[in-house]
Design a protein around this ligand. Structure first.
Ligand SMILES: C[S@@+](CC[C@H](N)C(=O)[O-])C[C@H]1O[C@@H](n2cnc3c(N)ncnc32)[C@H](O)[C@@H]1O
Length: 212
C-alpha cells in the first residue's frame, strides 16, 4: 500500500519529465544527476528485475536497453499511460504498489525503484523489507534510490535551507512524506536478512543496495 500520495501524481504526471530535467528550481537539487542515478541502479541490478513506481518509464527504459528482463509495477493510471507511450505497447505495466503487487511468472534477482520508497511509512517499510527478503534468492538485491538523510540534524538543516530559499513546495513535501533516516533503513533491511550499503548522489538522494 502506501497509496495515499497518488493524487499528487494525477496533476504532476504531464509535467513530470520536465521536473526531472530541472525545470522547477525548487526540485533542481533533488533531481541533480537523475540520469546518472538511474544508470547506477541499472549497473547494480541483476538480470531479472521487478521495478516499483515506474512513473513515466525512464528507469524501465534504461533497464530494458541494458538487456534486463523487467516486470514493471505502477499504481497511478496517469503515470502508467505516459510510461506506455514512452515504452511502447510491447511492455506490459502491472497495477500494484510496493506492498501489494502481482508476481512475475519467473524468478527475480533484483527489486529496484527510484524516488518511490518514501511513500511507505516506517512500519510499511519494515513490512516491505521482510516481503522482499522472502521473495529474493540468496544473493538477490534491493536497489532503491530515494531522498534519505544521514541524521535528523541533516533533515532539519535541509528543511531550513528550503525555507530560507523560499521553496515552500519542497519544504512542505519534505515535512509531509515519509523520507527516512539512513540508520533506520539499514536496521529494517538488516533485520530482514540483508547486508546494506548506501551511496550519496546529491544533497537529498542516496542509493540503498541491500544484498540478501
Ligand atoms: C516521484 S515518481 C518517480 C517515478 C520514477 N521512478 C522516476 O524515477 O522518475 C514516484 C512514482 O511512484 C508511484 N507511487 C506512489 N506511491 C506508490 C506506492 N505505494 N508503490 C509504488 N509506487 C508508488 C507514483 O505513482 C509515481 O509514479
Amino acid at each position: 500500500m502506501g497509496r495515499e500520495f497518488l493524487e499528487i501524481f494525477e496533476d504532476w504526471a504531464e509535467s513530470y519529465d520536465a521536473f526531472v530535467e530541472g525545470e522547477d528550481p525548487q526540485y533542481q537539487e533533488v533531481f541533480r544527476g537523475y540520469d546518472q542515478i538511474l544508470s547506477a541502479i541499472v549497473e547494480k541490478s541483476g538480470n531479472s528485475v521487478i521495478e516499483f513506481g515506474v512513473g513515466t518509464g525512464n528507469l524501465t527504459r534504461k533497464l530494458l536497453e541494458a538487456g534486463k528482463v523487467v516486470f514493471p509495477i505502477e499504481p497511478s493510471p496517469q503515470m502508467c499511460d505516459l510510461a506506455k507511450a514512452k515504452l511502447g505497447s510491447a511492455v506490459q505495466i502491472h497495477d500494484g504498489d510496493l506492498l501489494v503487487f502481482p508476481l512475475p511468472p519467473h524468478e527475480v534477482d533484483t527489486i529496484v525503484s527510484s524516488y518511490v520508497f518514501h511513500h511507505l511509512n516506517d512500519e510499511e517499510k519494515g513490512e516491505a523489507a521482510r516481503c522482499y527478503g522472502a521473495l529474493l534468492p540468496v544473493g538477490g538485491k534491493v536497489v532503491f534510490a530515494d531522498t534519505m538523510f544521514e541524521s535528523e540534524a541533516v533533515r532539519q538543516s535541509l528543511i531550513e535551507q528550503a525555507k530560507q530559499a523560499g521553496f515552500a513546495d519542497l519544504k512542505a513535501d519534505l515535512e509531509r512524506e515519509y523520507y527516512p533516516l539512513i540508520p533506520d533503513i539499514a536496521r529494517l533491511f538488516e533485520d530482514a536478512g540483508f547486508a546494506t550499503e548506501f551511496v550519496q548522489y546529491n544533497d537529498f538522494v542516496w542509493i540503498l543496495e541491500a544484498v540478501k
